[in-house]
Ligand binder design. Structure first.
Ligand code: PMP
Length: 303
């Protein structure tokens, strides 16, 4: 692949991409015993680069590591340094997507936990081109793995084999993305975003107790809705709620706020997506630093 970045941060140092290797038999390679985060950094009007909700992402990474029993003391500080060092070395021109990860390198399972070693990486890619057209979704036949099987609050590679199959099903059916239900048949999330429905001017998104990742963008959008005076609720949603919604949109670091134009072939009633579009515009402007941030920790200026 010629499309890989030149540099990666691995175990404390910025290195050439090809030098960051693990053995094929490691727990991370064989069983996806790892945790990771996805962050975005946006160029600000003054030319500096700022990361959205850096502290919240590093805290979620710590939570993920604890839930998955991947001990790595001081990981937040270490990966904060990793992110800063990699961005300084790459000095990217535009917006970027940044992915820190902690993985199990040598040793395995609980009995040998004391002998387990972990590794850390940070990768950085140019932000993908922002799609402008509404996304077509299906409700997947595959359910989101439940908290009693694998902690839903952990962002671990292990969960993404299920999301991958759901995404492949969506692509197979001519859609762009899959919405997964939870074990009770209520809407959970996509493999990369929280789901929102709009009805009669009010936005609704499933509660965290419905078995979803605690999406940081979801929390931001709920706060933005409050700022804009849009009524919002965290309440279970059924597939029927999505079929009959005035609007549907998703929120995530990569998707930002993305308008959904179809769910199982049902188009939202309000084809111009006024509320989703307003939240999208506000979110993007806040990330770009052209609208006041929600609070002082929203953007962390890096370089
Ligand atoms: N759900 C899943 C399964 C995800 O992987 C992501 C992306 N991290 C999200 C939701 C959205 O979370 P966030 O807004 O924190 O990026």
């Amino acid at each position: 692949n010629t499309n890989v970045p030149e540099l990666i941060w691995h175990n404390g140092k910025v290195r050439p991409w090809a030098e960051a290797t693990v053995h094929v038999t490691t727990e991370t390679a064989m069983r996806a015993v790892n945790v990771f985060e996805g962050l975005r950094a946006y160029r600000q009007p003054d030319g500096r680069l700022a990361i959205v909700r850096l502290t919240a992402h590093l805290e979620r990474l710590e939570t993920s590591a604890a839930l998955m029993h991947i001990p790595h003391p001081g990981l937040a500080a270490e990966l904060h340094d990793g992110i800063t060092q990699l961005l300084a070395a790459l000095d990217p021109q535009g917006d970027v997507y940044v992915r820190p990860s902690v993985y199990v390198d040598t040793g395995r399972y609980t009995a040998e936990r004391t002998e387990m070693t972990t590794g850390t990486i940070v990768t950085c890619f140019p932000a993908p081109v922002r799609p402008m057209e509404p996304m077509r979704c299906i409700v997947s036949s595959r359910r989101r793995i439940a908290d009693d099987a694998l902690p839903t609050a952990a962002k671990t590679g292990a969960a993404y084999s299920g999301f991958r199959l759901a995404r492949l099903e969506a692509l197979e059916k001519g859609a762009d993305e899959a919405i997964l239900l939870n074990q009770h048949g209520n809407v959970a999330e996509t493999g990369g975003a929280a789901v929102f429905a709009v009805r009669h001017g009010r936005i609704t998104t499933p509660p965290l107790t419905d078995g979803i990742l605690a999406s940081i963008t979801r929390a931001t959008v709920l706060a933005l809705a409050e700022r804009l005076g849009i009524p919002a609720a965290e309440q279970p949603l059924t597939p029927g709620d999505l079929h009959g919604a005035d609007e549907v949109f998703v929120t995530g670091t990569l998707d930002e706020v993305r308008i959904v134009g179809q769910v199982n072939g049902h188009s939202p009633r309000h084809g111009d997506h006024p509320i989703g579009s307003a939240l999208r515009e506000e979110y993007l402007a806040m990330c770009a630093g052209t609208r006041p941030a929600l609070d002082a920790s929203f953007l962390a200026v890096i370089a």
